[in-house]
Design a protein around this ligand. Structure first.
Ligand SMILES: Cc1cc2nc3c(=O)[nH]c(=O)nc-3n(C[C@H](O)[C@H](O)[C@H](O)COP(=O)(O)OP(=O)(O)OC[C@H]3O[C@@H](n4cnc5c(N)ncnc54)[C@H](O)[C@@H]3O)c2cc1C
Ligand code: SF4
Ligand code: SF4
Length: 687
């Protein structure tokens, strides 16, 4: 059961797994820290800055008890490790920097002459390690000279495979070669490169296979097969195709992952016959001078002098797991127990809310009545008080949170939060308290739209039965019908599904109280496909609305009441209670909105036809997946960003929360309107 919604990174490139660490980069193992690529930001400048800031925070902590114990044991001498070691030296912290291969191995493995871009623009480099936009050769030379004079304590050839803590609180770090080092704290700066993903085909170890193209100029007039569908594979093909005969073997049916400009270049070259792109094709066997390719059409043997496998790398998660560092969102025993308790509480609360006051409320009400008017009010309206307090409390927390790499308060997010707090407090809590004779007591219906609420159907029925005797009912019947069938289509045409993240009460709770669990939303293709279930709920709501309108005409009073009971129990109590709120700490705060909300389904249908706003991308995406990570709706934003395709409610269930825009370290994404050209492209994709 725990694995049902789990994302599967190995088979779905839109999913990336992350480690469990807090805002100070400390993992679940106290005293063990991470920095650099492994934290999910694949940029040299961010790696250098993160490591520097981390060591600055650690300076001045408890010193080692003896000379054979270092202040810091740093694992990995890439940009982050070097920055950490140089800062430690500067701060007078004793340290050892352990490297399994060679210093700056990742950068050294880039192809000759590669330009290293100093992104994000405008962010200064902090700390003593030099970096600015330069070539691979320049940075390696600069770092080499720098390190010669820096007097760092570096040990190369130590591939760390064990980190343990003794009873005295001191860590022991052991390399595969048996050497051990002791330290008060451990910094893991091991990068994400890990080991290259292999093909597993016979002949792979025969000497004709490489996993990184260092020097394209070395290859001339050769038959080369490049395996992979990402940007690295695309760049290898483009670097080699002028002087060689290149086949690009792609496992899937399309080129979905490279950047837009590279896809265009590849398609252009394929159309001119300068390269071959073979889809749904894999290497079955590698022989001297040939490879056997397999595809749905069958097998074929083709000449091949060199195979280049650019199928990504396997991050060093097994090693990290061995050290006790958890993956974010792992289903630990504690989390399962918390799940059971939390779900029981939520079921109880919703049952209680949905099925009347009962003896408990009577008891609480009685106690409250004798206590004080404030307490009495809180008891009588306890559900609204609790709900609104959560929205206000967590909203205030979002607005006042300290900024860091994982959290920047984007202006859009600030106003979205304020909007949620306002609509919940004024329209859903305060106005409905005004006595019926002034406002009808149903003020929540001014912003609660059918089919999220079925009250409009009841109003229509009551207006038909009572007519002029209850003018406020007639007003609400007309108002809510106009809201659903005129207001909502108009709103969606301008703002897509922003109702869900700016106005709706369920959305307000999700955007505030749900904030700490935002990243837990189920990701991946399978979980997105499951969202279609929402249209079944919409159909049930339409049917239920019909029952309410035609009560006593087609459906007897008793059968309508019984259908209504089951609908409320299943859709509102079980679905919205358990899935909507109960799942927050386990599957994020938008399970209800993604899988079960009838209004969201209605807006999906409206938005698919006429929504103007969209999120567009520039060409600077670095494939870090931070946007995907924080999207509550599980959308593969980076897939769109890499190809610079616009996304909105026309092609995704986007609710316009703007979180992806706020977290992107490269400022790739922005809101705007669809252009005619985009719409034509979208139409041709759909057909
Ligand atoms: C093809 C490519 C192009 C890129 N281009 C750019 C660019 O233009 N601009 C930019 O800013 N960024 C770029 N990057 C990203 C940049 O390279 C990384 O952000 C940066 O290298 C991260 O530094 P790091 O120290 O976290 O990890 P790494 O540089 O990967 O260093 C990790 C080190 O840890 C060592 N290690 C791993 N496991 C162990 C172990 N168990 N024991 C001991 N040592 C271990 C490794 O050997 C390695 O030396 C690019 C990356 C790639 C792959
Ligand atoms: S795509 Fe961006 S704006 Fe849309 S729901 Fe996801 S995070 Fe929010
Ligand atoms: S759009 Fe931004 S956050 Fe998303 S993958 Fe690209 S660079 Fe990373």
């Amino acid at each position: 059961m725990w694995g049902f919604f789990e994302s599967r990174p190995e088979s779905d490139p839109s999913v990336l797994t992350f480690l469990d660490f807090n805002e100070n980069l400390e993992t679940n193992v106290p005293g063990v820290y991470v920095c650099g690529d492994i934290t999910g930001y694949p940029l040299l400048k961010i790696s250098i800055n993160q490591a520097h800031d981390l060591v600055m925070r650690l300076a001045g902590r408890k010193p080692p008890p003896s000379e054979d114990v270092f202040d810091l044991v740093i694992v990995g001498a890439g940009a982050a490790g070097l920055s950490a070691a140089k800062t430690a030296k500067e701060q007078g912290l004793s340290h050892v920097l352990l490297e399994g291969a060679t210093v700056a191995a990742t950068v050294a493995n880039f192809h000759k002459g590669k330009i290293l871009f100093a992104e994000p623009e405008g962010e200064p480099v902090r700390g003593p390690l030099w970096f600015e936009e330069c070539t691979r050769e320049e940075i390696l030379e600069k770092w080499r000279r720098d390190l010669e004079s820096a007097g760092l304590n570096i040990e190369t050839g130590v591939k760390v495979d064990h980190v343990g803590r003794g009873a005295d609180g001191v860590f022991t770090v052991r390399g595969k070669n048996g050497r051990t080092f002791r330290g008060m704290r451990v910094i893991l700066a091991v990068g994400r490169q890990g080991d290259p993903r292999k093909l597993g085909a016979p002949g792979e170890d025969g000497g004709h296979v490489i996993y990184m193209l260092y020097d394209p100029g070395k290859y001339r007039n050769q038959n080369i097969v490049v395996v992979g569908a990402g940007d690295q594979a695309a760049e290898s093909v483009l670097a080699l195709c002028d002087n060689n005969r290149v086949i690009m073997a792609v496992r899937g049916p399309e080129l979905a992952r490279p950047r837009k400009r590279n896809i265009q270049k590849l398609h252009g070259k394929a159309a001119r016959g300068e390269i071959q792109i073979l889809f749904e094709t894999q290497i079955k066997e590698i022989k001297p001078g040939t490879v056997v390719l397999t595809s749905p059409e069958g097998e074929r043997e083709t000449p091949c002098d060199q195979v280049i496998v650019n199928a990504g790398s396997l991050p060093p998660y097994p090693f990290l797991k061995k050290t006790g560092v958890r993956m974010a969102d792992a289903w630990t025993l504690r989390r399962k127990a918390f799940f059971a308790v939390f779900i029981s509480f939520i079921i109880g609360m919703y049952m209680y809310k949905a099925f009347g006051q009962g003896p408990l409320l009577a008891a609480l009400g009685g106690a409250g009545a004798h206590a004080s008017p404030t307490l009495d009010f809180a008891v009588r309206h306890w559900y609204g008080v609790l709900y609104t307090s959560l929205v206000l409390g967590f909203g205030a927390w979002i607005l006042s949170r300290p900024r860091n790499r994982h959290y920047r308060l984007h202006n859009y997010v600030r106003w979205r939060t304020i909007s949620c707090m306002f609509f919940q407090t004024v329209f859903l809590f305060a106005l409905p308290l005004i006595p019926a004779r002034y406002l009808g007591g149903k003020a929540a219906m001014l912003i609660t739209v059918w089919p999220l609420s079925l009250m409009p159907a009841k109003f229509v029925h009551q207006a038909a039965v009572l007519g002029a005797a209850r003018p406020e009912i007639v007003f609400y019947a007309i108002f809510t019908a106009l809201l659903a069938f005129v207001g909502m289509p108009l709103f969606v045409s301008f703002h897509g599904k922003r109702y869900c993240s700016w106005i709706c009460g369920c959305g307000a709770l999700a955007e505030t109280f749900g904030e700490p669990w935002r990243r837990l939303a189920p990701k991946g293709f399978l979980n997105r496909r499951r969202e279609r279930i929402i249209y079944i709920v919409l159909a049930a709501s339409v049917f239920m609305s019909g029952v309410l309108v035609l009560r006593e005409v087609v459906f007897s009073k008793e059968s309508a009441a019984s259908i209504s009971f089951w609908y409320n129990l299943i859709v509102y109590t079980l679905f919205s209670g358990i899935v909507g709120v109960g799942m927050y700490p386990f599957l994020g705060s938008r399970m209800w909105c993604r899988y079960l909300c009838p209004l969201a389904a209605y807006m999906n249908l409206l938005g698919a036809v006429w929504s103007r706003y969209r999120i567009s991308s520039n060409d600077r995406c670095i494939d870090c997946a931070q946007c995907n990570r924080y999207c509550e709706m599980g959308i593969d934003i980076k897939g769109f960003a890499l190809q610079q395709k616009p996304l909105s409610v026309r092609n995704t269930p986007c609710i316009g929360c703007g979180e992806c825009i706020a977290v992107c370290p490269m400022n790739v994404l922005k809101f705007g309107d669809w252009t005619e050209k985009d719409l034509r492209e979208l139409q041709s994709e759909k057909t």
